[in-house]
Structure formats: structure tokens, C-alpha cells
Design a protein around this ligand. Sequence first.
Ligand code: AMP
Ligand code: MG
Length: 489
Amino acid sequence: MPIPFDNSFAALGSPFNTAQDPDPVKEPSLLKINNGLAQQLGIDPQWLSSQEGLEVLAGNRGAEGSQPVAAAYAGHQFGHFNPQLGDGRAVLLGEVVDQQGHRYDLQLKGSGRTEWSRGGDGRSPLGPVIREYIVSEAMAALGVPSTRALAAVTTGERVMRDGIEPGAILTRVASSHLRVGTLQYFAAREDRQSLATLVSYIIERHYPEKADAENPALALLESVIAAQAQLIARWQLLGFVHGVMNTDNMLLCGETVDYGPCAFMEEYHPETLFSSIDQQGRYAYCNQPGIAHWNLARLAEALLPLINDDTDAAVEQAKKALSQFPLLFENAYQAGLGDKLGLTEITAADSRLADELFAALQEDQADFTLAFRFLADEINPGAAHTGAGRLFAPGKQLLEWLPRWMQRQQADTVDAAERQQRMFAANPAFIPRNHLVQRAIEDGEKGDFALFHRLVERLADAADYRAEDSDLALPAEPQERVMRTFCGT
Ligand code: AMP
Ligand code: MG
């Protein structure tokens, strides 16, 4: 089998999913194959780029061993519960198990209508496929748990959105696509048996260390709370703004999913928001930890009937688990902040120092990413991988703050060279800047994919600064700035 499928979710059958072949497309053409990821998954990249591979990636040919299904799920969208969402423009081809024994979903996104499509066409324009490929691969390379992009193809068909746009399909890889909304779907139907089936399935697949837990539903809740606390801390530390943190876009495995209107913050400001459909700022940068906590409370509600037959007792147990989230988030965030600032330990005084830094960055309207590279370069401006900091002009407030940090560092136990390397690792020189992603999309729509390929390649190794790619490290000029992003689905 060219793709070594080993399917478990399809075997659960109804009511969890429905058999669904992808819809063939007119004229598929290969845009990109992720060779490294293919190899990790035991798929020959050469086969994947062959005519047969292309036809599988476009949905024009069934792959041996694949059992394509569309999954059921519900979700809270901008705070409002929708009891029926489901895979309306995606099908799960099946799963593969890599050499380390990790199981992954292979999903075609943009592969045509399913029974969950409602009014939608089941397709995806090229723009969102380019965005998701670039940003999800960048996140994975930065060590943030994330779904991945195995391939992108264009369809030779047109889709109607704001105007007519070229169509494309992304092959997405995830530890699984099971969401908070998957459990909500069955909870809303009071289908306790299906809920219990899912809880065992998810524990076995994602949290096998909890296999013997006395209370599986509670153990699952605690595991997802811990995974999301880690994940959201990473987002905050990198300035990543997801944009649509609906409960159907929160994976139980703890990977980032659905790179719709997402963007990285440039000028530091806590209320940074890009999504054009989020008028209230519900999903602004500073709200992300609180929203994650809110989503986890919806997960807890869905699991209540399995946590305890006595509802009051179940609520108490769930509340106790949920109360851990702020602490787990703060621990993960502070640890990451230590790495960002080159400090082995963060004391209460260091937290205040960091708060003052953030205030200074906001006052200076400083670029969040380059500001930290500037600090890292300051340790030893002549060392390898320095240079990104020179693209940054420090503002008045930052220059005032700097001596205090320099002094604080001297008390750290780690030597300067190692401290600098740690800071480089924690503070990328390159991020998928919104104006560059936007330009890659606009170029791609005209058939020019050079910037798309260049960005994917550069962002795979974002910690090492290279002067020849300085144009990819610089923030947007005022006239280049992209303040609004669109789901584009
Ligand atoms: P999202 O906003 O991407 O999380 O999607 C929310 C819901 O809308 C999911 O049920 C999707 O499957 C569905 N959806 C989004 N775009 C389309 C489309 N083009 N055709 C059909 N369903 C869609
Ligand atoms: Mg979604």
C-alpha cells in the first residue's frame, strides 16, 4: 500500500461518522509535497508526487486501504451553541501509524460536499490552503503542537467567495481531528453510550497513560485541560492570534487546528485582533487563555453525565479540574517567559521586570518578535545567528528598561553564550508575517508560488537568522500592513 493505512475511527461507524468519498475535481495539479512529513509517515514522497499520488490527494482516486468518512461534531461558535456542524468540506481518508507508534489522521480539506455541508460548496479557495500550509508548518517547526500540511493541490476549478477564486485541497495531518465539539455533539443528544465510547477511544489514542483511570471522563477532562494550558501558553509567547477559538476548533489532542483568520502580532498590543468576523474582540490576543478556559468548561459540561451519576457531585469534580487551568497555564507561560528572557528561573521580581518590558513594548509600539531578538543579540552582538536584532530600532522605553535586564542576567547561573543560544531558540527570527502570507496568497492566485515555497522553507528553520532573508524578518511597512484577515472558507 503506498499509504500504509491503519484505520480506527472509521471502524466506529455511525453515529460518529458517515462514509463519504471525496468529489473528483476537474484538473488537479500538484502545488507542494511535504517530503519530510511524508517520510515520517512511511509514505514515499516520490509516489505522492506521481500522477497516482496526485489523484489521491485531489480525491480523484481512492487510495488502497483508505475508508473515507466525514465526522459528526457540534460546537459553540462565538459563544452560541450549534448542535450540528460536522465535516462539511473535509473527509478523513484514514490513519497511519509512524515509526514511533504515533497514529495520525490524513484528511482532505476542500474535497467536496458531505452530508454536513448545509449550504456550503464543500470546497476551499487557494488562499486559505496557502495560509494553512505556511502557518501550520511554521508552528510545528517552532515546536508548537499543531496539525500539519502533507500536501497542497490545486483543483483546476473555480470557487465563488467574494469573487471567483481558484480552488485547492490541503492534505491535513493531525494526531486526530476529535474536538471539544465532537463530545458536545453527543452530549447535546443525551447519547450517553456514544459519549462513553468516545471517551475510551480518545483516552486510548491520546492519553494512554490514563487507561486505568478510575474515572475515565474526569481523567480525560484533566488531560485536555493540561494539554490546552501548554498549548495556549505557547501561542501567547509567540504572539500567535488564532482568531476563531470556537469549541469545534479546539482539538482534544492539544494541537492547534483551523488556521482560518489567524495571524501573528507585530506591534505589541494585548488587544491585537485580526479576524474580520470578530467584531466584539472575543478572540483577541489577550483573551485567548480565558477563552480556552471557557471552552474547557463546555467540555466539562459535555462530560458531566459520565463523571458522576450524581449531578451535583459531577459539577464539583469538574469545577475542581477546571480550577487547575489558570495555574497550569501560568506555570507554562512563566517557564516559557524565562526562556524568552534568557533567565533560568523566573522570580516574582522577574515577573515584574517582564511586565515592565511588555509595558515598554506597548508604549514603543515595538515589533514583538524582533524586540526579543534585539535583546538576545545584546548579550553578544558578534556571535553566530545574531543580526535580526539589527533590523529593530529600540524605542525610548525599551532602552530605559534594558540596563535592568542586563543587570538581572548577571545573576543567572548559565553562561552568556548558552543563554544567548537559548534565547535564539525561544525567539524566532522569522515568523509567518501577515503581509508576507497575504502576498504569497495574492501571488499564488496569479500562478506565482515562489514566495509560498520560500516562506515554507525559511520558516522550517526560524531560529537561525540569515541576512539574505532579511526581507522575510522585517515587519510590514505601514502601507503593507494587513489589519484584517478572513476565514475565506
Ligand atoms: P470552520 O469555521 O472552518 O471551523 O467551519 C465551521 C463549519 O462550517 C464546519 O462544520 C465546516 O465543515 C463548515 N464549512 C466551512 N466551510 C464550508 C464549505 N465551504 N462548505 C461546506 N461546509 C463548510
Ligand atoms: Mg473548524
